[in-house]
Design a binder for this molecule. Structure first.
Ligand code: NCD
Ligand code: ZN
Length: 345
């Protein structure tokens, strides 16, 4: 039997929602990862340290007994956030980043930034505190083709931002294109990127294979095969600027399977297993631990986890559904086989 043992990984980009659903969602991530960066795009969003503290407690209440998991909290950047909030956030010790969504870019982003110029004082404070800005890197201009939104964002928003704030720590989240890979490789070490399992495993054809498949729809949307190949190369290169962030984003089955379905793919149920499959397919299992367990903590200046996890090569079938509060959700690869299985301890 083949197995691999890794220093316990962390998930540097995760949506867990709130309320009743937490007890269904959190155990999936907590069984695999030591920590996760929790996205603040609730309705209404988490914009203050006080709200983040209360949200963290609700998440902690959903962690199964005896499981060691730490939710790392973030704040949602708005036009009105005050620079002082960053000082409070840093002092709290529980907030590790601020998330920048361009207004209208994705799920629950209506309250987000309309013009980065309005956030100048906050960005200055982030730069000063060494706290990362996590960026949803897509322009929202309706004229720009959906498949070009990330590349245009890099040229028209991100490059100018980094000129104005050369020391700012920026994570370009869930990158999806060869242009993003090239850009990250060309920047200094304060700039990094996360990569999701779906963008390593699938391309845009998968959204339309045999019919329209809402459970393959997320933002930024899956791209052409050449982009998937560039992402695989980056993730398996051993370059510490690329690390794991699932962007697991649960939505109920009814919200996804609709005439106007929500963006978001749920991968928390098998996240590290899916990455292991992607790395193995590319003969790069030896690069998985760096990507999953070492480079993220290094970037966030946190210690690596002390314990380990073991994955065994033992195919298992992913359930069709998982409970999601009073509803159900359809996980990534529902009903299909995955090759790697987490060894339960
Ligand atoms: C995310 C969600 O559902 O919250 N959806 C997604 O497609 N990734 C929002 C986001 O991270 O863009
Ligand atoms: Zn996300």
């Amino acid at each position: 039997m083949k197995s691999i043992t890794l220093i316990r990984p962390d998930d540097w980009h995760l949506h867990v929602r709130d309320g009743d659903a937490l007890k269904d969602i959190i155990p999936h991530t907590a069984a695999r990862f030591g920590r996760a960066i929790i996205m603040p795009n609730l309705k209404p969003p988490i914009t203050t340290t006080e709200q983040a503290q209360a949200y963290q407690q609700r998440i902690q209440a959903a962690i199964p007994n005896g499981v060691n998991f730490t939710p790392l909290m973030t704040l949602y950047l708005t036009d009105n956030m005050r620079a002082n909030e960053i000082i409070t956030a840093k002092e709290s010790g529980i907030i590790h980043a601020v998330k920048y969504y361009p207004a209208g870019a994705t799920t629950n982003s209506d309250a987000a930034v309309t013009d980065l110029k309005k956030t100048w004082a906050v960005l200055e404070s982030l730069q000063q505190q060494g706290m990362p800005l996590l960026v949803h890197g897509e322009v929202t201009t309706p004229e720009i083709d959906i498949f070009d939104r990330e590349a245009v964002f890099i040229d028209s928003v991100l490059q100018p931002l980094l000129k104005d704030f050369p020391e700012l720590k920026v994570v370009l989240e869930h990158i999806t294109t060869a242009q993003a890979v090239d850009f990250i490789q060309s920047t200094p070490n304060n700039i990094a990127a996360t990569i999701t399992p779906q963008h390593l495993l699938f391309n845009r054809n998968d959204i339309f294979k045999g019919g329209i498949r809402p459970h393959y729809y997320c933002l930024p949307v899956l791209k052409r095969e050449q982009h998937r190949e560039a992402l695989v190369k980056a993730a398996t290169s051993g370059n510490p600027k690329f690390f794991l962030g699932t962007d697991s984003a649960p939505h109920s089955q009814t919200a996804k399977e609709s005439a106007c379905g929500c963006a978001g793919i749920y991968s928390a149920h098998a996240a590290i297993e899916l990455y292991a499959g992607a790395f193995e397919d590319n003969n790069a299992l030896d690069k998985l631990e760096g990507f999953a367990s070492l480079y993220g903590p290094k970037y966030y200046q946190l210690p690596i986890n002390v314990d380990k996890i073991t994955l065994i090569k033992e195919p298992w079938q992913i359930p069709q559904h998982y409970p999601f509060g009073s509803e159900t959700l359809t996980p990534l690869k529902a009903g299909e086989m995955v090759q790697w299985k987490l060894k339960r301890v």
